[in-house]
Design a binder for this molecule. Sequence first.
Ligand SMILES: CNc1nc2cc3nc(NC)[nH]c3cc2c(=O)[nH]1
Length: 376
Amino acid sequence: MTFELQAQDPGSNARAGKVTTAHGVIETPIFMPVGTAATVKAVHQRELKEDIQAQIILGNTYHLYLRPGLDILEKAGGLHKFNGWDKPILTDSGGYQVFSLSGTRKIIEEGVKFKSHIDGSTHLFTPENVMDTQRTIGADIIMAFDECTPYPCEYDYAKNSMHRTHRWLKRCCERFDSTEGKYGFDQTLFPIVQGSTFRDLRTQSAEYIASMNREGNAIGGLSVGEPAEMMYEMTDLVCSILPKDKPRYLMGVGTPANILENIALGVDMFDCVLPTRNARNGMLFTTQGIINIRNQRWKDDFSPIDAELGGYTSTFYSKAYLRHLIHAQEYLAGMIASVHNLTFYLWLVKQAREQIKAGTFAAWKNVMVEKLMTRL
Ligand SMILES: CNc1nc2cc3nc(NC)[nH]c3cc2c(=O)[nH]1
């Protein structure tokens, strides 16, 4: 994997770049739709590619390991073959899902013991077997096995957890660097910065992660309930330490405003379930602001969901029609709203990229953040 820095904004730390992977090119800043269990929920691969124009999607190691399971994925020739997505894929390493999904889990030096949220069976994720699992899934970019500390978090817990995450990272690198891709293409391992919301720990973790000299770096432990200002302070600090010539991936972020603010701080890659999860509840992000389509006021508004956004789904269907579908709990409701929200997120990062290349991002960002937060 390579990263080419293409432009830097004069009024902020925002940058535009190009990541090249075995399955194609990613233009940054980029938003990565989350495809938890081998699918971006309710969205066809064709829509992802043509309407949303996604360039890379996520898969979750925890979910894929439990279902369909590694034997099926290996027989299929990896996740790209299994779900038919032939562009880049990034998988997270399962640590976060174990903490957020599995009822019972126990952290030991070896790794994390947990019970499947599907059938209660017990499993152990270790740095080594999570590398092997991600080799079998076959994502272009895979994540180190780490602990995402909760918020708030005691200083001593955050310190001990960070050091364990660093020990786990060393084991991930040793295992990954001593194995090959299973399907004839190269994969890349990103380490993850932790340290919760403590400046000294964040500095220590960012310096250690930078010293591993991997092809890209991730920022973890954020978007876990901390105030946005705290997120921005930690991201700013970490981005000032991580190397400029490597892509920076801020995990689990975020709202449109969070994404623009973090682009200004120097982040290149984002993922979040918000666009698809909110869509299913009728919360739409639009170029004019946020719409709760369930609201009475859209009952007889036959204008397109978002005429400015373009794209088939956002212009073909009306607000009144989508409101009807949501109230009727029709499957098509989630499908339309998900494609719309993801089209918006990809549109937003594309606009940011154009503004950075034009050198006008800083002022544009401030106007956009205000506009995007408007509740219509
Ligand atoms: C795979 N490791 C890993 N995933 C994460 C996913 C996240 N998703 C959020 N908010 C939705 N924060 C996150 C942090 C981490 C993190 O610190 N580590």
